[in-house]
Design a protein around this ligand. Sequence first.
Ligand code: KG4
Ligand code: ZN
Length: 324
Amino acid sequence: MIILGIETSCDETGVALCSDFKILSSFTKTQSIHQQYGGVVPEIASREHEKYLPGITKKVLKDANIELKDIDAIAVTNGPGLMGSLLSGISFAKGISFGLDIPIIPINHLEAHLNSVFIEHEELEPPFINLLVSGGHTQLWLVKNMFDYELLGETLDDACGEAFDKGAKKLNLNYPGGPEIEKLSISGDKSIINFPRPMINDQSFNFSFSGLKTSLINCVNKNKYNYDDIAASYQEALVDTLIAKFNKAMDSYSIKSGIICGGVAANKRLREKLDKLDKNIIYPSMKYCTDNADMIAYLAEHKIKNNKVDLKKDFSAYSRGMVY
Ligand code: KG4
Ligand code: ZN
């Protein structure tokens, strides 16, 4: 069975082919056009997806030496994400599904992130605690099995990636801010400013990053510190906060294995500090941390083979929530 996956929930246009749980080929185009605006412009993002999807799909088919008519099913992200971006991907996918008369499977972006680690680590056995940290979400999940997850906690305001991005903007850095703050931190001293570690002593598994972001803004406005020291201290506070809750969740559920996914999982300081825990932390490779269509096609194949899809049900896009 060959599945074509489409991912367009934000500013990455992704297409992938999956067969027998192996990725045959894939391509992700990050829309660099948003850099000049300091963040993703939704209207531009949808148009970029529409512009690039046909070409990327042709490339992915060619790379795998597969013709469009050989595809058995199409999988597409239908939420959560930017409405216009999602609709660009869904319209494209529905066109192919209708034209070829093949099934189309809607996939929840967060569920795909949660399962992305299995693409490279089929051997892993749940349960795990999964820390999903992206530009739009910061969530702690108890993964009991594939298709059986429990949300333990999430951010009450900004996502951690958003805190990186907004902090970077205040420091006059480019978008996306996470990698920029990481780079600037290398020359900085992380112990210069003692930023708060929000909610780490709170009983819940929830997060809050908006106050920390305000602390950074106040600190920059004081005009007293070097930007690399601010970046390093800020990154340290964000990383410590994530780790405190992640570790607490693993201890509370007596689970020794943790998985980290989403764009912020690419952060090297986070990985360095996680490696020091007495836990088995598994990281998807960088290309599977950020948005990609591989995880969409891969999860769809599992859903089809486990009878978890209702092909009679029509679907549209949704911007928020966990529907699966
Ligand atoms: O998962 P993702 O690619 O897209 C969403 O679904 O949001 O995550 C993007 C987020 C951005 O906020 C970006 O700044 C952050 O991930 N990010 C990082 C790093 N690379 C990407 N944050 C910290 N350190 C990084 N190296
Ligand atoms: Zn994502």
